[in-house]
Write a protein that binds this ligand. Sequence first.
Ligand code: 3HC
Length: 303
Amino acid sequence: LETTPDTSADAGRDFTAIGVVGLGTMGAGIAEVFARHGFAVVGVELSEESVARGRQYLEHSTGRAVRRGKLTEEEQAELLGRVTLTTSLKDLADVDLVVEAAVESMATKQAIFRELDAIVGPDTVLATNTSSLSVTELSSATSRPGRVVGVHFFNPAPVQKLVEVVRTVVTEPAVLDDVQALLGRLGKSPVVCGDKAGFIANTLLFGYLNHAASMFEGRYASREDIDAAMRFGCGYPMGPLALLDLIGLDTAYEILETMYRQGRDRLHAPTPILKQMVTAGLLGRKTGRGFYTYEAPDSPVVV
Ligand code: 3HC
Protein backbone atom coordinates (compact mmCIF):
# COMPACT_ATOMS: atom_id res chain seq x y z
CA LEU A 1 0.00 0.00 0.00
CA GLU A 2 1.39 3.41 -0.93
CA THR A 3 0.75 6.35 1.36
CA THR A 4 1.59 9.14 -1.05
CA PRO A 5 1.31 9.11 -4.83
CA ASP A 6 4.62 8.12 -6.44
CA THR A 7 5.47 10.91 -8.86
CA SER A 8 9.22 10.23 -9.07
CA ALA A 9 9.25 8.54 -12.46
CA ASP A 10 7.03 11.11 -14.05
CA ALA A 11 8.29 14.26 -15.67
CA GLY A 12 4.74 15.16 -16.73
CA ARG A 13 1.78 16.36 -14.77
CA ASP A 14 1.59 15.82 -11.03
CA PHE A 15 -1.90 14.48 -10.26
CA THR A 16 -2.68 14.34 -6.54
CA ALA A 17 -6.44 14.61 -5.98
CA ILE A 18 -8.85 12.52 -8.02
CA GLY A 19 -12.63 12.77 -8.37
CA VAL A 20 -14.80 9.77 -9.18
CA VAL A 21 -18.42 10.33 -10.23
CA GLY A 22 -20.68 7.31 -9.76
CA LEU A 23 -19.89 4.68 -7.13
CA GLY A 24 -21.42 1.58 -8.66
CA THR A 25 -19.29 -1.53 -9.16
CA MET A 26 -16.87 0.19 -11.53
CA GLY A 27 -16.74 3.64 -9.88
CA ALA A 28 -16.16 2.23 -6.40
CA GLY A 29 -13.48 -0.10 -7.77
CA ILE A 30 -11.76 2.82 -9.51
CA ALA A 31 -11.90 4.91 -6.31
CA GLU A 32 -10.29 1.99 -4.46
CA VAL A 33 -7.47 1.70 -7.01
CA PHE A 34 -6.52 5.39 -6.64
CA ALA A 35 -6.82 5.33 -2.83
CA ARG A 36 -4.65 2.19 -2.67
CA HIS A 37 -1.91 4.13 -4.43
CA GLY A 38 -1.94 7.09 -2.07
CA PHE A 39 -4.21 9.51 -3.94
CA ALA A 40 -6.85 11.61 -2.21
CA VAL A 41 -10.17 10.60 -3.74
CA VAL A 42 -13.49 12.45 -3.72
CA GLY A 43 -16.32 10.13 -4.74
CA VAL A 44 -19.68 11.58 -5.77
CA GLU A 45 -23.06 9.83 -5.91
CA LEU A 46 -26.61 11.06 -6.44
CA SER A 47 -28.12 10.21 -3.06
CA GLU A 48 -27.13 9.32 0.49
CA GLU A 49 -28.27 5.73 -0.18
CA SER A 50 -25.95 5.44 -3.17
CA VAL A 51 -23.12 6.98 -1.14
CA ALA A 52 -23.76 4.35 1.56
CA ARG A 53 -23.68 1.58 -1.07
CA GLY A 54 -20.37 2.93 -2.43
CA ARG A 55 -18.90 3.05 1.10
CA GLN A 56 -20.08 -0.51 1.71
CA TYR A 57 -18.38 -1.66 -1.50
CA LEU A 58 -15.09 -0.04 -0.46
CA GLU A 59 -15.26 -1.51 3.04
CA HIS A 60 -16.16 -4.94 1.68
CA SER A 61 -13.47 -4.99 -0.99
CA THR A 62 -10.69 -3.71 1.27
CA GLY A 63 -11.95 -6.03 4.05
CA ARG A 64 -11.41 -8.97 1.72
CA ALA A 65 -7.83 -7.77 1.12
CA VAL A 66 -7.32 -7.70 4.92
CA ARG A 67 -8.71 -11.25 5.25
CA ARG A 68 -6.36 -12.41 2.50
CA GLY A 69 -3.39 -10.83 4.26
CA LYS A 70 -2.84 -8.22 1.51
CA LEU A 71 -3.56 -5.23 3.78
CA THR A 72 -3.29 -4.69 7.53
CA GLU A 73 -6.30 -3.24 9.36
CA GLU A 74 -4.30 -0.05 9.88
CA GLU A 75 -3.57 0.24 6.15
CA GLN A 76 -7.24 -0.38 5.38
CA ALA A 77 -8.21 2.46 7.72
CA GLU A 78 -5.63 4.77 6.08
CA LEU A 79 -6.91 3.83 2.62
CA LEU A 80 -10.53 4.48 3.55
CA GLY A 81 -9.45 7.74 5.23
CA ARG A 82 -8.18 9.00 1.88
CA VAL A 83 -11.65 8.68 0.34
CA THR A 84 -14.27 11.40 0.89
CA LEU A 85 -17.79 10.59 -0.25
CA THR A 86 -20.32 13.28 -1.07
CA THR A 87 -23.50 13.98 -3.02
CA SER A 88 -22.27 17.29 -4.50
CA LEU A 89 -20.24 17.67 -7.70
CA LYS A 90 -19.11 21.04 -6.28
CA ASP A 91 -16.81 19.13 -3.92
CA LEU A 92 -14.68 18.31 -6.98
CA ALA A 93 -13.53 21.93 -7.39
CA ASP A 94 -9.92 21.15 -6.43
CA VAL A 95 -9.24 17.80 -8.11
CA ASP A 96 -6.74 17.32 -10.97
CA LEU A 97 -8.62 14.53 -12.72
CA VAL A 98 -12.23 13.38 -12.68
CA VAL A 99 -13.16 9.85 -13.72
CA GLU A 100 -16.86 9.69 -14.53
CA ALA A 101 -18.38 6.23 -14.04
CA ALA A 102 -22.10 7.03 -14.03
CA VAL A 103 -24.81 5.08 -15.89
CA GLU A 104 -24.30 4.43 -19.60
CA SER A 105 -26.56 7.23 -20.82
CA MET A 106 -25.26 9.96 -23.13
CA ALA A 107 -27.74 12.52 -21.77
CA THR A 108 -26.76 11.82 -18.14
CA LYS A 109 -23.04 11.81 -18.87
CA GLN A 110 -23.21 15.00 -20.94
CA ALA A 111 -25.12 16.74 -18.13
CA ILE A 112 -22.41 15.67 -15.66
CA PHE A 113 -19.61 16.82 -17.98
CA ARG A 114 -21.30 20.17 -18.56
CA GLU A 115 -21.65 20.72 -14.83
CA LEU A 116 -18.11 19.54 -14.07
CA ASP A 117 -16.70 21.85 -16.74
CA ALA A 118 -18.00 24.84 -14.77
CA ILE A 119 -16.77 23.54 -11.39
CA VAL A 120 -13.22 22.22 -11.91
CA GLY A 121 -10.09 24.23 -12.74
CA PRO A 122 -9.18 24.90 -16.39
CA ASP A 123 -6.35 22.32 -16.41
CA THR A 124 -8.34 19.51 -14.83
CA VAL A 125 -8.63 16.47 -17.07
CA LEU A 126 -12.13 15.04 -17.49
CA ALA A 127 -12.17 11.30 -18.13
CA THR A 128 -15.01 8.88 -18.71
CA ASN A 129 -15.12 5.17 -17.96
CA THR A 130 -17.76 4.65 -20.67
CA SER A 131 -17.53 1.27 -22.35
CA SER A 132 -19.28 2.13 -25.59
CA LEU A 133 -20.54 5.71 -25.78
CA SER A 134 -18.76 8.32 -27.89
CA VAL A 135 -16.06 10.16 -25.93
CA THR A 136 -16.03 12.83 -28.66
CA GLU A 137 -19.73 13.51 -28.16
CA LEU A 138 -19.19 13.74 -24.40
CA SER A 139 -16.27 16.12 -24.84
CA SER A 140 -18.44 18.43 -26.93
CA ALA A 141 -20.47 19.20 -23.78
CA THR A 142 -17.41 20.93 -22.32
CA SER A 143 -15.28 23.98 -23.09
CA ARG A 144 -12.13 21.77 -22.93
CA PRO A 145 -12.52 18.96 -25.48
CA GLY A 146 -8.71 18.69 -25.71
CA ARG A 147 -8.60 17.66 -22.05
CA VAL A 148 -11.28 14.97 -22.28
CA VAL A 149 -10.30 11.28 -22.63
CA GLY A 150 -11.75 7.84 -22.10
CA VAL A 151 -10.22 5.68 -19.36
CA HIS A 152 -11.96 2.34 -19.61
CA PHE A 153 -11.24 0.08 -16.63
CA PHE A 154 -12.12 -3.62 -16.53
CA ASN A 155 -14.12 -5.51 -13.95
CA PRO A 156 -12.99 -6.07 -11.19
CA ALA A 157 -11.17 -2.74 -11.46
CA PRO A 158 -8.80 -3.38 -8.53
CA VAL A 159 -7.62 -6.62 -10.19
CA GLN A 160 -7.63 -6.23 -13.98
CA LYS A 161 -4.49 -4.52 -15.25
CA LEU A 162 -5.91 -3.27 -18.53
CA VAL A 163 -7.15 0.29 -18.95
CA GLU A 164 -8.07 1.47 -22.44
CA VAL A 165 -7.19 5.13 -22.92
CA VAL A 166 -9.49 6.52 -25.58
CA ARG A 167 -8.31 9.48 -27.62
CA THR A 168 -10.61 11.64 -29.68
CA VAL A 169 -9.48 13.59 -32.73
CA VAL A 170 -8.93 16.62 -30.49
CA THR A 171 -7.40 15.09 -27.34
CA GLU A 172 -4.13 16.89 -26.58
CA PRO A 173 -1.12 14.54 -26.89
CA ALA A 174 0.28 15.79 -23.55
CA VAL A 175 -2.97 14.81 -21.82
CA LEU A 176 -2.72 11.31 -23.28
CA ASP A 177 0.88 11.01 -22.06
CA ASP A 178 0.02 12.29 -18.57
CA VAL A 179 -2.95 9.95 -18.18
CA GLN A 180 -0.93 6.94 -19.34
CA ALA A 181 1.88 7.80 -16.91
CA LEU A 182 -0.66 8.12 -14.11
CA LEU A 183 -2.21 4.73 -14.91
CA GLY A 184 1.26 3.20 -14.96
CA ARG A 185 1.77 4.48 -11.41
CA LEU A 186 -1.39 2.58 -10.42
CA GLY A 187 0.20 -0.63 -11.70
CA LYS A 188 -2.12 -0.68 -14.71
CA SER A 189 -1.20 -1.51 -18.31
CA PRO A 190 -2.76 1.22 -20.47
CA VAL A 191 -3.40 0.76 -24.18
CA VAL A 192 -4.46 3.61 -26.47
CA CYS A 193 -7.24 3.41 -29.04
CA GLY A 194 -9.58 5.56 -31.09
CA ASP A 195 -13.14 6.52 -30.25
CA LYS A 196 -15.25 3.69 -31.65
CA ALA A 197 -17.95 1.81 -29.70
CA GLY A 198 -16.42 -1.16 -27.88
CA PHE A 199 -12.85 0.11 -28.20
CA ILE A 200 -10.45 -2.86 -28.48
CA ALA A 201 -11.37 -5.39 -25.82
CA ASN A 202 -15.17 -5.20 -25.80
CA THR A 203 -15.31 -5.32 -29.60
CA LEU A 204 -13.48 -8.63 -29.50
CA LEU A 205 -15.01 -9.97 -26.27
CA PHE A 206 -18.72 -9.27 -26.68
CA GLY A 207 -19.23 -11.17 -29.94
CA TYR A 208 -17.93 -14.22 -28.07
CA LEU A 209 -20.09 -13.61 -24.98
CA ASN A 210 -23.18 -13.05 -27.13
CA HIS A 211 -22.50 -16.27 -29.00
CA ALA A 212 -22.19 -18.20 -25.72
CA ALA A 213 -25.57 -16.82 -24.53
CA SER A 214 -27.10 -17.86 -27.85
CA MET A 215 -25.61 -21.36 -27.53
CA PHE A 216 -27.17 -21.62 -24.05
CA GLU A 217 -30.50 -20.27 -25.32
CA GLY A 218 -30.57 -22.89 -28.08
CA ARG A 219 -29.96 -25.63 -25.44
CA TYR A 220 -26.94 -26.73 -27.37
CA ALA A 221 -25.02 -27.34 -24.12
CA SER A 222 -25.47 -26.71 -20.41
CA ARG A 223 -24.17 -23.51 -18.80
CA GLU A 224 -21.58 -25.54 -16.87
CA ASP A 225 -20.29 -27.24 -20.02
CA ILE A 226 -20.14 -24.02 -22.05
CA ASP A 227 -18.12 -22.40 -19.26
CA ALA A 228 -15.95 -25.46 -18.64
CA ALA A 229 -15.08 -25.66 -22.35
CA MET A 230 -13.59 -22.17 -22.38
CA ARG A 231 -11.90 -22.48 -18.97
CA PHE A 232 -10.31 -25.86 -19.40
CA GLY A 233 -9.93 -25.90 -23.19
CA CYS A 234 -8.82 -22.34 -23.81
CA GLY A 235 -7.38 -21.21 -20.47
CA TYR A 236 -9.87 -18.40 -19.81
CA PRO A 237 -10.03 -17.52 -16.08
CA MET A 238 -13.81 -17.87 -16.17
CA GLY A 239 -16.39 -19.15 -18.64
CA PRO A 240 -18.47 -16.73 -20.77
CA LEU A 241 -21.76 -17.17 -18.87
CA ALA A 242 -20.09 -16.66 -15.49
CA LEU A 243 -18.35 -13.62 -16.97
CA LEU A 244 -21.67 -12.19 -18.21
CA ASP A 245 -22.95 -12.55 -14.62
CA LEU A 246 -19.87 -10.68 -13.35
CA ILE A 247 -20.22 -7.86 -15.90
CA GLY A 248 -23.98 -7.57 -15.29
CA LEU A 249 -26.50 -8.61 -17.92
CA ASP A 250 -27.96 -5.09 -18.14
CA THR A 251 -24.51 -3.63 -18.82
CA ALA A 252 -23.70 -6.39 -21.31
CA TYR A 253 -27.00 -5.83 -23.13
CA GLU A 254 -26.43 -2.06 -23.36
CA ILE A 255 -22.89 -2.55 -24.68
CA LEU A 256 -24.04 -5.02 -27.35
CA GLU A 257 -26.93 -2.75 -28.38
CA THR A 258 -24.64 0.26 -28.76
CA MET A 259 -22.01 -1.68 -30.71
CA TYR A 260 -24.70 -3.21 -32.94
CA ARG A 261 -26.30 0.21 -33.62
CA GLN A 262 -22.93 1.68 -34.55
CA GLY A 263 -21.26 -1.18 -36.43
CA ARG A 264 -24.23 -3.27 -37.69
CA ASP A 265 -22.13 -6.40 -37.15
CA ARG A 266 -24.53 -9.33 -36.63
CA LEU A 267 -22.16 -10.73 -34.04
CA HIS A 268 -23.22 -7.88 -31.76
CA ALA A 269 -27.02 -8.17 -32.24
CA PRO A 270 -28.02 -8.99 -28.63
CA THR A 271 -29.25 -12.55 -28.22
CA PRO A 272 -32.96 -12.40 -27.17
CA ILE A 273 -32.40 -14.25 -23.89
CA LEU A 274 -30.24 -11.37 -22.62
CA LYS A 275 -33.09 -8.89 -22.95
CA GLN A 276 -35.53 -11.36 -21.36
CA MET A 277 -33.24 -11.91 -18.38
CA VAL A 278 -32.71 -8.17 -17.93
CA THR A 279 -36.46 -7.54 -18.03
CA ALA A 280 -36.96 -10.28 -15.44
CA GLY A 281 -34.36 -8.68 -13.14
CA LEU A 282 -31.81 -11.47 -13.55
CA LEU A 283 -28.83 -9.14 -13.84
CA GLY A 284 -26.11 -11.50 -12.61
CA ARG A 285 -24.05 -11.25 -9.43
CA LYS A 286 -25.37 -7.84 -8.45
CA THR A 287 -28.95 -9.13 -8.07
CA GLY A 288 -27.95 -12.60 -6.93
CA ARG A 289 -29.25 -14.33 -10.08
CA GLY A 290 -28.17 -14.45 -13.69
CA PHE A 291 -27.08 -17.55 -15.54
CA TYR A 292 -26.08 -18.80 -12.07
CA THR A 293 -27.39 -18.05 -8.57
CA TYR A 294 -25.18 -16.31 -5.99
CA GLU A 295 -25.34 -16.02 -2.23
CA ALA A 296 -23.38 -12.75 -2.15
CA PRO A 297 -22.09 -10.50 -4.96
CA ASP A 298 -18.59 -11.95 -4.87
CA SER A 299 -19.15 -15.42 -3.48
CA PRO A 300 -20.69 -17.45 -6.22
CA VAL A 301 -22.66 -20.31 -4.76
CA VAL A 302 -23.87 -22.00 -7.85
CA VAL A 303 -27.36 -23.40 -7.43
N1 3HC B 1 -13.22 -7.07 -6.51
C1 3HC B 1 -11.97 -6.88 -6.04
N2 3HC B 1 -11.04 -7.87 -6.03
C2 3HC B 1 -11.42 -9.08 -6.44
C3 3HC B 1 -12.72 -9.36 -6.91
C4 3HC B 1 -13.65 -8.28 -6.93
N3 3HC B 1 -14.91 -8.43 -7.37
N4 3HC B 1 -12.80 -10.66 -7.26
C5 3HC B 1 -11.58 -11.19 -7.01
N5 3HC B 1 -10.76 -10.24 -6.53
C6 3HC B 1 -9.34 -10.40 -6.18
C7 3HC B 1 -9.14 -11.33 -5.00
O1 3HC B 1 -9.19 -10.62 -3.78
C8 3HC B 1 -7.74 -11.84 -5.29
O2 3HC B 1 -6.80 -10.85 -4.93
P1 3HC B 1 -5.35 -11.26 -4.36
O3 3HC B 1 -4.69 -12.07 -5.45
O4 3HC B 1 -4.67 -9.93 -4.13
O5 3HC B 1 -5.57 -12.05 -3.11
C9 3HC B 1 -7.70 -11.96 -6.83
O6 3HC B 1 -8.70 -11.05 -7.30
C10 3HC B 1 -8.01 -13.35 -7.33
O7 3HC B 1 -9.30 -13.73 -6.81
P2 3HC B 1 -9.76 -15.21 -6.48
O8 3HC B 1 -8.56 -16.04 -6.09
O9 3HC B 1 -10.89 -15.17 -5.51
O10 3HC B 1 -10.43 -15.75 -7.79
P3 3HC B 1 -9.83 -15.99 -9.21
O11 3HC B 1 -8.37 -16.27 -9.20
O12 3HC B 1 -10.77 -16.95 -9.80
O13 3HC B 1 -10.01 -14.57 -9.95
C11 3HC B 1 -11.21 -13.00 -11.26
C12 3HC B 1 -11.26 -13.93 -10.03
C13 3HC B 1 -10.14 -11.92 -11.03
C14 3HC B 1 -12.57 -12.37 -11.38
C15 3HC B 1 -10.82 -13.88 -12.52
O14 3HC B 1 -11.71 -14.97 -12.63
C16 3HC B 1 -10.86 -13.10 -13.82
O15 3HC B 1 -9.92 -12.39 -14.16
N6 3HC B 1 -11.97 -13.25 -14.58
C17 3HC B 1 -12.14 -12.58 -15.87
C18 3HC B 1 -12.65 -11.19 -15.63
C19 3HC B 1 -12.81 -10.43 -16.93
O16 3HC B 1 -12.71 -10.93 -18.04
N7 3HC B 1 -13.08 -9.12 -16.77
C20 3HC B 1 -13.34 -8.25 -17.89
C21 3HC B 1 -14.82 -8.10 -18.09
S1 3HC B 1 -15.21 -7.02 -19.43
C22 3HC B 1 -15.22 -5.50 -18.74
O17 3HC B 1 -15.04 -5.31 -17.56
C23 3HC B 1 -15.48 -4.37 -19.67
C24 3HC B 1 -16.70 -3.60 -19.29
O18 3HC B 1 -16.88 -2.55 -20.21
C25 3HC B 1 -17.93 -4.44 -19.20
